[in-house]
Design a protein around this ligand. Structure first.
Ligand code: LRH
Ligand code: MN
Ligand code: MN
Length: 429
């Protein structure tokens, strides 16, 4: 079933269809002159998908304040419907990534069935041991999987195992573990002992992974811990994946690095050593800002995809990263932001696909730095929008998803059905 009437989408598409055909034909000629088959790029873009985070469809806010919008999802079933709108219009987001226990999943079978009805699959499960939940027995104030107290660690382990069990019913194939464990003062925690406890705990979780599952550890430089963080960088992350075994991989959240860090090179390293598990896409200016993907530095996103496409086209061994968005929306309609972000990810992919890799390789070998750089820039400068739009149109999506969404009146409709939520303090639930 579809959330928005196909008639609305058709009517919106009709307005710009002829212009799209002309733009697509023109771009096809431009690319043909460069030896690129536009149909090949379009088919790859059409087959590409990025998962939507269930927590993204609600207004996130910051830790200082949250200003809810209209029609905020009340529960996971509402969230799924919003995700279905994003997929219907963009055709780029076939799966949803859940966060437990932000998503209350009491009716697991019903949830799976609803996903099937809406044509949505379930991507990686996300556990949450970075905050205390009501009625929680032991606090995570001093850490979860690395807590000095064995009973607290066990509680965090059990929660992760529960996430795997939930995911098994839903058809998920991965567990993403991000912990906020760390310290706020020099001397507060013993670096090596904390990491050792974390590794032991992760090994216990790893034992419960089904054979066809993967576990992703997600690093983050700081926050909520402001002096030291147990899993703070890709080096620690790589060590974790190595220690755990072949089903363990590193997850790269674009917002979790120091400013100016060369993320695309980290991506390359992890690919080379077969430990790249996946991404949380977002953008940032200062830290873990959770801004819309591609909104600040689309060139960096392109450079990350340049590495991914290089690996894809050279059939790099063991290369199968999961792609997810992870962002927080403060001033926009989350559905519009997520649609735009999904399209930004597809755009970076398409631009990376049209890089002349043979020429690039020649310039690299020959030491022609300027032409190597120019080869990348040429692809990045190319407006691939007609390819993305055509891929959407051919799959019954919208040529312009935001216009179609606005024309549909979906937000107004759900605002009438879902009770208004008042503003509150920070939080991303
Ligand atoms: C931590 C993080 C992690 C969480 C999500 C809500 O900053 O990136 O992925 O699960 O935010
Ligand atoms: Mn993340
Ligand atoms: Mn984050």
């Amino acid at each position: 079933m579809t959330m928005i009437s196909n008639g609305v989408i058709d009517a919106e598409n009709e307005k710009v269809h002829a212009a799209l055909e002309a733009d697509y034909d023109h771009l096809g000629e431009v690319l043909a002159r460069r030896g690129v088959d536009i149909g090949w790029v379009k088919d790859k873009v059409a087959a590409y998908g990025v998962a939507v985070p269930s927590w993204g469809v609600g207004t996130g806010g910051t830790r200082f304040a949250r200003f809810p919008g209209q029609g905020e999802p009340r529960h996971i079933f509402d969230k799924l419907e919003d995700c279905a709108v994003i997929q219907q219009l963009t055709r780029a987001t076939p799966t949803v990534s859940l966060h437990i226990p932000w998503d209350k999943v009491d009716d697991l079978k019903g949830l799976k069935q609803r996903g099937d009805e809406l044509g949505l699959g379930f991507d990686a499960m996300n556990s949450n041991t970075f905050q205390d939940q009501p009625q929680q027995r032991l606090s995570y104030k001093y850490g979860s999987l690395s807590n000095a107290n064995g009973a607290t660690r066990q509680q965090a382990i059990d929660h992760n195992i529960e996430c795997i069990e939930i995911g098994k019913v839903l058809g998920s194939k991965a567990l993403t573990v991000w912990i906020g464990d760390g310290s706020n003062f020099p001397g507060q925690s013993h670096f090596a002992r904390s990491f050792e406890r974390y590794l032991e705990a992760m090994k216990s979780i790893y034992k419960h992974l089904p054979d066809d599952w993967r576990i992703f550890s997600e690093h983050k430089m700081y926050e909520p811990a402001f002096y030291s963080t147990v899993v703070q960088d890709w080096g620690s992350n790589y060590l974790i994946a190595q220690e755990l075994g072949p089903k363990a991989f590193c997850l790269v959240d674009l917002g979790h690095h120091a400013p100016n860090v060369n993320i695309e090179m980290i991506v390359s390293r992890l690919i080379q050593f077969k430990k790249l598990g996946g991404f949380h896409f977002n953008d940032s200016k200062y830290g873990d800002d959770d801004l819309d993907t591609g909104s600040i530095d689309p060139y960096r996103l392109f450079l990350v995809f340049n590495e991914l496409v290089d690996a894809e086209l050279s059939h790099a061994d063991g290369f199968d990263p999961a792609h997810m968005l992870d962002q927080s929306h403060n001033v926009t309609d989350p559905i519009e932001s997520l649609m735009t972000s999904a399209m930004e990810v597809s755009r970076a992919y398409a631009q990376a696909l049209i890089v002349d890799r043979e020429a690039l390789g020649g310039y690299q070998e020959g030491g022609d730095a300027l032409m190597a750089y120019e080869t990348l820039k040429k692809a990045f400068r190319t407006d691939v929008e007609p390819i993305l739009a055509m891929a959407r149109l051919e799959q019954e999506g919208a040529i312009n998803p935001v216009s179609a969404y606005r024309a549909s009146g979906y937000r107004q409709k759900i605002a009438g059905e879902r009770p208004a939520v008042t503003g509150s303090g920070g939080g991303i639930v």
